[in-house]
Write a protein that binds this ligand. Sequence first.
Ligand SMILES: [Zn+2]
Length: 104
Amino acid sequence: MEEKNLILIALIVLYIVIVFLFSRIGKNREIGSRKLFWRSLFLTPVLGLAFYFSSGHRKMIPYTERKYKCERCGYVFSEEFEYCPFCEKEGFKQELSPVKQFMT
Ligand SMILES: [Zn+2]
């Protein structure tokens, strides 16, 4: 085998390794590392980087919980009370309003 071919093979191997390492950053993105790997392999990592940036962060499933908030003191309760227990102690009858709270 010619020396020229060996260099070419070495460059291809190096290229695949670089693309592979690069594609690992796509793990936390919506695109995923496998997709990013193949796109970067055929379209060069420069374009792969463009895919990486255009792809948003992995979406988290929004989970909301029903809570009850006192508009007067701002306290959020997980159970429903007719009146805010804290404000009731102070002599105020403050009704709680239902709110949706995002959970993480
Ligand atoms: Zn209150």
